[in-house]
Design a binder for this molecule. Structure first.
Ligand SMILES: Nc1nc2c(c(=O)[nH]1)N[C@H]1C(S)=C(S)[C@@H](COP(=O)(O)O)O[C@H]1N2
Ligand SMILES: [Mo]
Length: 263
């Protein structure tokens, strides 16, 4: 996001800026919120009231859009059915090859030595012990063939295996009344999810892809796989997992992507 100061003030909103702002705000409001709040049309004044922002320049406009996106998260959270299952597919439908995506190119994916690797656990948990890959592989394993959907306009079906995340949370004595689970990654990526999604039966701490150790490009040593969430909510190369009530945000979320990110 741009930084404005007294010597570099944010530009004032022209009529066409205002038009663009309202278009963005409408696009950001996903159907439940749109239905609930936009029945009678949206104006810049209405948007200001909805977000509690005075909107006279582009910096304030960005802030208002950010607030709308956060407020969508709340609405989506209320409507999310924690028991609804995402579709699963036969092995014949797996996408070959499964695409790679990150905020960098494939050669730049972090290289991690599995032997010396230990997953860190912190925050509102009873047991903060570190976990080797061997210890994680010794927990009950499950598999899923599900669709990964990326906001950049592609989707692909893949096969992941690993530990059901609710089982892992139970093992570490996580406070499941806390609001968020956050993830820190080896490549400076980070994201966070709501507790109902963390407890969802299809949310998997994935250690394998297509029956083999998770390859480097798909997130070795482990990724969180959630078929109920968009691609950017599925962190690869996880090095630390923490439980918290303080909103942790995320790499793309902090740049304006919707935090809830349901698929
Ligand atoms: N650590 C890390 N995790 C990440 C990303 C990333 O750049 N770094 N990109 C996200 C995005 S936008 C997508 S679409 C998926 C891509 O996963 P894939 O390479 O297994 O297809 O990873 C997600 N998790
Ligand atoms: Mo993505």
């Amino acid at each position: 996001m741009k930084i404005f100061s007294r010597s570099n003030p944010a530009p004032m909103l022209s009529a066409s800026d205002q038009h663009a702002l309202l278009k963005d705000a409408r696009a950001l409001l996903t159907p439940p919120a749109r239905r609930l709040f936009l029945g009678r049309g949206l104006t810049v004044g209405g948007l200001a009231m909805l977000t509690g922002c005075s909107i006279t320049n582009s910096e304030e406009a960005d802030q208002a859009l950010m607030k709308i996106s956060r407020f969508n998260d709340r609405v989506q959270g209320w409507l999310f059915d924690p028991k609804a299952l995402a579709p699963t597919y036969p092995a014949s439908m797996i996408t070959q090859p499964f695409p790679f995506n990150a905020f960098y190119s494939e050669e730049e994916a972090p290289t991690i030595d599995g032997q010396g690797f230990f997953l860190q656990v912190s925050g509102k948990v009873a047991r903060r012990d570190i976990w080797s890959l061997e210890q994680l592989s010794a927990l009950p394993q499950e598999e899923q063939i599900t669709r990964h959907i990326c906001v950049e306009g592609w989707s692909a079906i893949g096969r992941w295996g690993g530990v059901r995340f609710s089982t892992f949370l139970e093992r570490i004595g996580a406070d499941t009344t806390a609001r968020y689970v956050g993830f820190k990654c080896a490549d400076d990526y980070f994201t966070s999810i709501d507790m109902p999604t963390a407890m969802h039966p299809q949310t998997l701490l994935a250690l394998t892809y297509d029956g083999a150790t998770l390859p480097r490009k798909y997130g070795f040593p482990m990724k969180l796989r959630m078929p109920t969430k968009l691609g950017y909510k599925n962190p690869k190369h996880i090095v630390e997992i923490y439980v918290t009530n303080d909103y942790p945000g995320g790499y793309w979320e902090d740049q304006g992507y919707n935090w809830f990110g349901g698929s």
